[in-house]
Write a protein that binds this ligand. Structure first.
Ligand SMILES: Nc1nc2c(ncn2[C@@H]2O[C@H](COP(=O)(O)OP(=O)(O)OP(=O)(O)O)[C@@H](O)[C@H]2O)c(=O)[nH]1
Ligand SMILES: [Mg+2]
Length: 417
């Protein structure tokens, strides 16, 4: 650990938080921290309204129809694509179950929107492994659901965007970018500290050739007004015709791919990634800050719960102590009262004369009354007294209070008549 670098220190603190919170292996935060601990992992998110060709563009980059794409709003969960020796899908469900399947057909079952444009609420994360060289060395591509298609989707997409090192913002060449759309871009990206953004204009191929240049220039204004933080000499605006690019890749047609704009985007991505890799981060990027904030909330919740259970435990302990003391007090008082009652009964003149009358008379007659007193009556008297005093001492011991001064009754002095 580099103790001097605040970014590395933050990552270590977050790693510790994963342990403290005892997050399960499937937890998305835990995975995120593990990914951050591996500094070579760089995440590129493709972002934009639905049907802008995000999934198509990613498929073109991967050279395969890996991701579901359709004319209707489609992508129903953020899909992470990392390097792996085989094309495989891994779906994590809210129940903790993990489904792995070869290929990506299973995405149609779990990662597309339903007919009401809702996400599958059972799905926590969707990850693909794909043997494409572009992903080698720790690049992760992220296909996001379209925005403006539902509050929950938007919130999820926002969270995912913060995890990205680079955002590819898709623009639709067929549509004019209105002022409100510019504001939307600012809300989603710039105001949230996301400045590593490149714009890709799609669908220009559907315009008349004469209009294409004009539209692209208008898009340039949009891109220039957005202060992207990119390596020197790298433009933040590209034209890619996603579907023709994908078709060209599927056919292996280099020239067609070139005219669809794909290689230019690819080489820009490579340059950006190389430049990010060469710089050791000194301060945490927005996504790490966002993650740290989420952890702060989780840790605070944990702290509140622990403080509460600590308070409850100490209150319970206190109540238990009080209950034990009450019980002891009752038993001690009962014992003491019984012993006192026994003493009272014993000293009662009529019971004394009933028990000892005959023996006392005999002792008097035989002139051994003092001896009888010491050997017979006095031990009985002492026995009863000890019983009473014993309870008082027990109570003192239990309640940890000093014993009272000698509790003693003098044995009456008898002078024989
Ligand atoms: N003609 C033409 N069609 C395209 C182009 N790019 C994408 N499409 C089509 O547009 C539709 C939407 O593409 P997707 O890639 O599914 O769009 P998306 O942005 O991923 O959509 P969501 O996942 O729903 O947010 C699909 O039918 C694509 O075939 C293009 O450059 N030209
Ligand atoms: Mg999609």
């Amino acid at each position: 650990m580099d103790g001097q670098n605040p970014y590395r220190r933050l990552i270590s603190a977050l790693q510790m938080a994963v342990g403290v919170l005892e997050l399960p292996e499937a937890d998305i935060h835990r995975q995120e921290i593990l990914a951050l601990s591996n500094p070579s992992r760089l995440r590129i998110a493709v972002f934009g309204p639905f049907n802008y060709g995000k999934s198509t563009l990613l498929n073109a980059l991967l050279g395969e129809k890996t991701l579901p794409m359709d004319l209707i709003p489609t992508t129903g969960a953020p899909i992470g694509i990392r390097y792996g020796s085989e094309l495989q899908t891994r779906i994590q469900l809210i129940s903790g179950e993990v489904i792995t399947a070869s290929g990506t057909d299973i995405l149609r079952e779990y990662a597309i929107l339903d007919d009401k444009r809702r996400m599958n609420s059972e799905v926590v994360a969707v990850d693909l492994s794909c043997p494409h060289p572009f992903l080698q060395g720790g690049v992760e591509l992220l296909d996001l659901p379209g925005t403006n298609d539902g509050e929950i989707q938007d919130a999820l997409t926002k969270a995912q965007l913060l995890r990205a090192d680079l955002v590819i913002q898709l623009l639709d060449g067929r549509k004019l970018i209105t002022l409100s759309e510019r504001e939307h871009l600012r809300d989603w990206l710039q105001d949230r500290g996301l400045d590593r953004v490149i714009f890709v204009v799609n669908f220009l191929n559907l315009l008349e050739p004469a209009a294409q240049g004009e539209v692209f220039n208008r898009m340039r204004d949009v891109a220039e007004s957005f202060r992207s933080h990119l390596p020197a000499g790298i433009s933040n605006l590209y034209r890619v015709d996603a579907l023709p690019a994908l078709r060209a890749r599927l056919k292996g047609d280099m020239a067609a791919a070139q005219s669809a704009g794909l290689p230019l985007l690819e080489s820009a991505l490579q340059s950006i990634l190389a430049s990010y890799r060469s710089v050791e981060p000194t301060g945490p990027p927005p996504r790490v800050i966002a993650l740290a904030q989420q952890f702060e909330v989780l840790l605070k919740e944990q702290l509140t719960q622990l403080t509460l259970s600590l308070k409850t435990a100490s209150r319970d302990r206190n109540q238990q102590r009080i209950a034990i003391q009450r019980r002891a007090q009752t038993l001690l008082t009962q014992g003491w009262q019984e012993s006192l009652q026994n003493l009272r009964l014993w000293v009662d003149p009529s019971s004394l004369s009933k028990t000892y009358g005959t023996a006392a008379t005999l002792a008097l007659e035989e002139e051994r009354f003092p001896l009888w007193l010491t050997q017979t009556l006095r031990p009985q008297w002492l026995h009863h007294q000890r019983q009473v005093v014993g309870w008082v001492h027990k109570a003192c011991e239990f309640f940890q209070v000093p014993r009272p001064p000698e509790l003693w009754f003098a044995f009456p002095q008898f002078t024989p008549p």
